[in-house]
Design a protein. Structure first.
Length: 358
């Protein structure tokens, strides 16, 4: 899609006249538009079994599954694959996920509430400390822990030392399932057995499930492995819900994802996105956002020459938002330098990174 068809307005936050793009004709309303109570509507049905209407009804089960692991092992790709839609943003940058995001799957009489978390890492900022705290808290909150590792580089039958360190921080009173991701990276599948055997000896796992989240291979096995560990109770969320986050959260995340996928290494960790206004009254809803960058040198990278880079970012983000809402939207994106926001407690709270007690 060409930038002039983006239907967005981008400004640099300097008082200069905005670069305005033409607004396209309203797109046909999607049949996937969510009802008001639904935070997100899937673009494809989640991977569930066909309900057998003749089978005996079973007691309902529901519970929270914490998805934990180091950065870039495919946790967000996994939750998106399980749900059949992208609720968690992804990029090639580590620490893309900054918050706890729930993704909800219902299969027969069981509701699985998957909690995606930031990758646990060596924190260098207050934001990083908070991200680690989010992940630790999920380990306590969850009924089941799904620990994710991967085989992307140098597959080995031994548990990585960093994984062993993370496992030592988990509660000892709940089942921990190991998910070995990216098995599609193996040159030969006969190499998988010694990897499974080696990892089985390293920790008292409830079970081990090899999968490829990217290729959606092994997803049903994950649900089957988890199901019996969830408590018998009524569903925790309405059956049609697919996430616990509001629309505003996803709009900001979609803009941040578009930035992450376009910018180089030094920019992403210094970027935050906030919603300034969300007006759904007009025929075309108007959403005003601010992209916060840490350094003056980052602003021109986000903007590009005469605002062209930000128009591309806005075009991509707007497509995601319209897919979510099922209708055309108008984005107005500002870029502002907010030095050291990731070290400022007030800014972190303002940007939605709620303080977490240790």
């Amino acid at each position: 899609m060409r930038a002039e068809k983006a239907g967005i307005v981008v400004t640099s936050g300097t008082g200069a006249p905005p670069v305005t793009a033409k607004t396209p004709k309203p797109a046909p309303k999607s049949k996937l538009a969510p009802q008001p109570r639904k935070p997100v509507e899937p673009v494809a049905p989640p991977p569930v079994r066909v309900r057998d209407e003749n089978r005996e009804p079973q007691p309902r089960r529901a519970g929270k599954i914490g998805i934990l692991g180091r950065p870039n092992v495919g946790k967000s790709t996994l939750i998106n694959a399980l749900l059949g839609t992208r609720v968690a943003i992804t990029s090639h940058h580590p620490q893309t996920t900054r918050d706890r995001i729930a993704g909800i799957v219902v299969r027969d009489d069981t509701q699985f509430v998957f909690l995606d978390t930031p990758g646990i890492h060596q924190a260098r900022t207050k934001l990083g400390q908070r991200m680690n705290a989010f992940a630790r808290d999920v380990g306590v909150e969850a009924d089941v822990v799904l620990f994710v590792t991967d085989l992307a580089k140098d597959p080995t039958s031994e548990l990585r030392s960093i994984d062993a360190e993370l496992l030592s921080q988990l509660p000892t009173n709940k089942p921990v399932l190991l998910l070995i991701n990216k098995i599609d990276k193996l040159e030969r599948m006969d190499l998988l057995l010694p990897i499974l055997e080696g990892h089985a000896k390293a920790f008292p796992w409830a079970t081990i499930v090899p999968v490829s989240a990217y290729k959606k291979d092994g997803l049903d096995a994950i649900l089957s492995a988890i199901e019996n560990y969830l408590p018998q109770q009524d569903f925790l969320f309405p059956e049609d819900d697919i996430s616990d986050k509001p629309i505003r959260f996803f709009v900001a995340e979609f803009v941040r994802e578009a930035i992450l996928r376009r910018t180089r290494e030094e920019v992403p960790h210094g970027v935050a996105v906030t919603i300034d206004a969300f007006d759904e009254a007009p025929r075309v809803p108007r959403i005003d956002l601010t992209v916060h960058v840490d350094k003056d040198s980052h602003k021109p990278i986000i903007l590009g020459a005469r605002g062209t880079a930000l128009q591309v970012i806005g075009t991509r983000a707007r497509a995601r938002v319209e897919e979510l809402l099922g209708r055309q939207v108008h984005l107005q994106i500002h870029v502002r330098v907010t030095p050291g926001w990731y070290e400022n407690e007030a800014r972190l709270a303002e940007f939605g990174y709620t303080p977490t007690e240790d």
